[in-house]
Design a protein around this ligand. Sequence first.
Ligand code: NDP
Ligand code: OAA
Length: 270
Amino acid sequence: MFRIGIVGTGAIGKEIARAIDSGIVPAKLEAIWDRDEEEAKSFAATLKSKPKVLPLKELVEESNFVVEAASQAAVKEVGIAALGAGRSVMIMSVGALADKELLERLRSLAKNCHCSIYVPSGAVCGLDGVKSASIARIDTVTITTRKPREGLRGAPFIVKNNIDIDKITEPTTIYTGPASVAIKEFPANVNVAASLSLVGIGFDRTIVNVVVDPTIKRNIHEIEVKGEFGELKTHVENVPSGFNPKTSYLAALSAIATLKQVCEPLKIGT
Ligand SMILES: NC(=O)C1=CN([C@@H]2O[C@H](COP(=O)(O)OP(=O)(O)OC[C@H]3O[C@@H](n4cnc5c(N)ncnc54)[C@H](OP(=O)(O)O)[C@@H]3O)[C@@H](O)[C@H]2O)C=CC1
Ligand SMILES: O=C([O-])CC(=O)C(=O)O
């Protein structure tokens, strides 16, 4: 039986915890952790499985599968602690894996301990097709992320460039460039571009457009891929999480679906 530990109990971590608690994922919710320990404790008390609230080291010791749902900065610490102790890990803050050295370190730890690193599709659709297409030649990959103001507010790129997001009254492309840069400029907004880069043609050749769109209420991601296989286009209009407007509900659902797949013998999809 999987004994899951979750680091980060915000919008995604809470949804995952509730899904395990209610039996949607056939596993035990062993422990949770958040840097707001008191909040994590009150959340744990609302769950029927009453998970322990434990700092990273103890959480890893008590669990046999660790979920990172915290921040890009947390990925290194969580990944190394979990894989180093022989636990598989699921990473939500995928942008951290743009750091080639970190990615290689985590890969090699996983290989040595016969563990896996799971990266869910998150808030995008179509990674299955891109993964298949990448077996042959891919020429171009573009992702366009459109979010309402609240979905982008506070991003380093916006702050650094003094963009007054409240003065934007029509759909405006504020960034076009490689995923390698986008993921640093919008760390809480375009992790999807990182997942796409990992399955496709890498962080430098994946082009990201970020659009502030005050006319919409959903987080929209569009992917376009051209290659030897033909062409692929996906479009998803995500309901934002009620807890965190930057994060789409689908991202949490994708994490839950991935955990279900990890825990069950039947695996479907590319
Ligand atoms: N792969 C994908 O498609 C998607 C990925 N994401 C990413 O997934 C991650 C989780 O998203 P979400 O739940 O919406 O984020 P939230 O901000 O709602 O929740 C994250 C929680 O983790 C806490 N936290 C941050 N760093 C640490 C740490 N080192 N140790 C313990 N707790 C920590 C945060 O505390 P505090 O508030 O103090 O920072 C917060 O309570 C984010 O990095 C987000 O960008 C989001 C959407 C889609
Ligand atoms: O949830 C979303 O729509 C996408 C997101 O924030 C991310 O990829 O970081």
